[in-house]
Structures are given as C-alpha cells and as structure tokens.
Write a protein that binds this ligand. Structure first.
Ligand code: ACO
Length: 322
C-alpha cells in the first residue's frame, strides 16, 4: 500500500498590535495610497517585546494539534521554517519542542526565507512517505519587524509578524500530492539579511536589516512563479481548471494577481491575507491556508495549490488535496 501525508489540522497566530500605513507614514516619507496601490498592504501585525518566533509558533501549533484531534506526544518530528529565530542555536524548532513538552521527537529548522514553509512541508512529506515519521508538525514563524530598518521606506512597509502551522500525518491516500522546491544562489545580492538578528549587531550600521532590490525581485518572482505553476500541474497531469484554491505567498498583491492570471483563476478563488497581514515570510502560506480553512472556504477533498518565492532566490510549490 502506498504511503502519503495529509494535513490533519491547521493553526495560526497574529500578534495583537496592528500597524497601519498611516502609522508608517508618521515614521518614513510615504503615504497610505502609495503602499496600498503598489503592494496591496494596508496594515500588518507587530509582535510585542516579550514575543519570539517560538512563542508565536507554540500558539499556532497548539491550534493545529487540537484541530487534528491528536496530542502533542503523538508528534515524532518538528520542522520549523524561520528567518527570525529566537537564537542561532538551539533551533527554534527545538525551543518549540520544549514549549510543547514533547520528548522523543526530532526537531530542526529550515531556512529558505519566504519559501521556508513550502520547503519545510516538502521535507516533512518526504519523511512520512519514506516511513520515517508518522506525524510531523510543520511551522512557519517570523518576527520580521525586528529584521527591517524602520527608517527605510522601501522595505519597512512590506513586512509583518505571525506564525502558521499544520499537522501532517500519514495516510494511505494523498494528501500532499507533490512538492517542488528550487533555489538559485546567483541572486544572493537582490534580497538578503546580512547578519542574524541579535541584540547588539557585530556588523556596521544598517548591516543587520533586510536589503532588497524590490523591482528586480518583483520581475523574477512573477516569471518564476508562472513556471512553477506549470511544472506542478504537469507533474500531476492536471489542468488549470482542476485547482480549487490558490494559496500564494503574500509578498505583493500584484505578484499574486499575475500568478492567478497565469492559472486563469478568478481572484475569489485566491486566498489573500496581504491587506491586513503584509508579508509574514515563511508564515504567510500556512496563515492564509489556516484562515481559509477556518472560515469555511477551503473544504475537505478540494485541491489547493500553495506557492512561494523569496530570498536565495528560493521558491517552491505544494499541491495538496485537503
Ligand atoms: N513610499 C513612497 N515612495 C516610495 C516608497 C514608499 N514606501 N518606496 C519606494 N518609493 C519610491 C522609490 O524611491 C522610487 O522613486 P523614484 O522613482 O523617484 O526613484 C519609486 O517609489 C518607485 O520605486 P520602485 O522600487 O520601482 O517601486 P515598485 O513599484 O517596484 O514597488 C515594491 C516596490 C513594493 C518593493 C515592489 O518592487 C515589490 O513588491 N517587490 C517584490 C518584493 C518581494 O516579492 N519580495 C520577496 C519576498 S521577501 C523575502 O523573501 C524575505
């Protein structure tokens, strides 16, 4: 009998504090209209001082575990995607494992910038298919507000904080139909974070924040995501019309619209959270997925295409029968 993975539960967490474009317009030379028109973002959530990637991941994970009807001790692997870890080591996955009080379970982080969750899902799916795990907690958690320079209007408008999680479990039917991940380090200088977040930077002034050539990233993201959509459909012998929902990484509404157009999908079949969440990096796909599951849009049995693109460049997709 074939062995697959399926999503048994989902969870999400957004910090309480909301920062709108009007708030940002008081900090840098920008306007609500510029941000909304160029990005589709109106507001984003900002973590409180006591919150960390692992504390937010804990809340999202507990929801996903509860939703699945399982217990934390049923989990045999945690794969957590983040670019804003609590510490360089131990991994944030390890800190989450301690928070969830799970013993006898392996846990590690995956770092693929905004595509981190898709990479983590791909790893988790392979573990389950290979018979090396039965239940894997897959999480994306980010405190981007600590990685952006709040005096740089070209980046600070884009990012937000949050965490999303899924519990993946073994199944005799898919579930996760296929995952496709890729990266190209030649683009390392178009989007990067020079130094790991820390209380005192070892780098020069301004060297500890996200750097981005937004316009170049934008063009390559649109082209690459178009190609990965085709690749994913071809690998599964599916037509565009077979996809019920697109759950894209939330970087820019114009990138999302271009991918939806490529898929010939009306925007009411695309899960968009960007307006109120901004770009939460590796948390954006699981947060959007969780939201659409909880509000009843995504139903069991439907086919969902998740995709992401980010620093590396690293990009990927996952086709899931929920
Ligand atoms: N408010 C007002 N004006 C601004 C702002 C702002 N916040 N930011 C930039 N501008 C100005 C620029 O200075 C420039 O002015 P100039 O023409 O006088 O030089 C003008 O607006 C146009 O700037 P562009 O950078 O060309 O604007 P663009 O339309 O490309 O929008 C944006 C910028 C929103 C960043 C867009 O390029 C984008 O979304 N890029 C992709 C981001 C992305 O996908 N990132 C990947 C994921 S992130 C990750 O992996 C961590």
């Amino acid at each position: 009998m074939s062995r697959y993975s399926r999503i048994a539960g989902t969870g999400g967490y957004l910090p309480e504090t909301v920062r709108t474009n009007y708030d940002i317009a008081k900090m840098v030379d920008t306007t609500n209209e510029w941000i909304l028109e160029r990005t589709g973002i109106f507001s984003r959530h900002i973590a409180a001082a006591h919150e960390t990637a692992s504390s937010m991941a804990e809340i999202a994970s507990l929801q996903a575990i509860a939703e699945s009807g399982r217990n934390a001790e049923d989990i045999d692997l945690i794969v957590l995607a983040t670019s804003s870890p609590d510490r360089v080591f131990p991994s944030t996955a390890c800190l989450l494992q301690q928070r969830l009080n799970i013993r006898n379970c392996a846990s590690f982080d995956v770092q693929a910038a905004c595509s981190g969750f898709i990479f983590a899902l791909s790893v988790a799916d392979q573990y389950i298919r290979a018979g090396n795990a039965k239940r894997v907690l897959v999480v994306g958690s980010e405190i981007n507000s600590r990685l952006v320079d709040w005096t740089d209007r070209t980046t600070c408008i884009l990012f937000g904080d949050g965490a999303g999680a899924v519990l993946l479990e073994v199944s005799d039917e898919p579930g996760v139909m296929s995952t496709h991940i890729s990266s190209d380090g030649r683009y390392r200088d178009l989007l990067y974070l020079p130094s790991a977040p820390r209380e005192k930077s070892c780098c020069g002034v301004g060297e500890r924040y996200i750097k981005m050539q937004g316009n170049d990233v934008f063009k390559i993201a649109v082209n690459t995501l178009g190609k990965i959509v085709d690749e994913t459909l071809a690998a599964n012998h599916l037509e565009k019309s077979d996809i019920d929902w697109l759950v894209p990484h939330q970087a820019n509404i114009r990138i999302i619209t271009a991918t939806a157009k490529k898929l010939k999908m009306p925007m009411d079949r695309v899960v968009c959270t960007i307006e109120t969440q901004g770009n939460t990096s590796s948390a954006s796909v699981p947060l959007a997925f969780n939201q659409a599951v909880r509000d009843g849009r995504i139903q069991r049995g439907q086919t969902v295409l998740m995709e992401a693109f980010g620093g590396g460049f690293a990009w990927g997709s996952a086709l899931v029968r929920y």
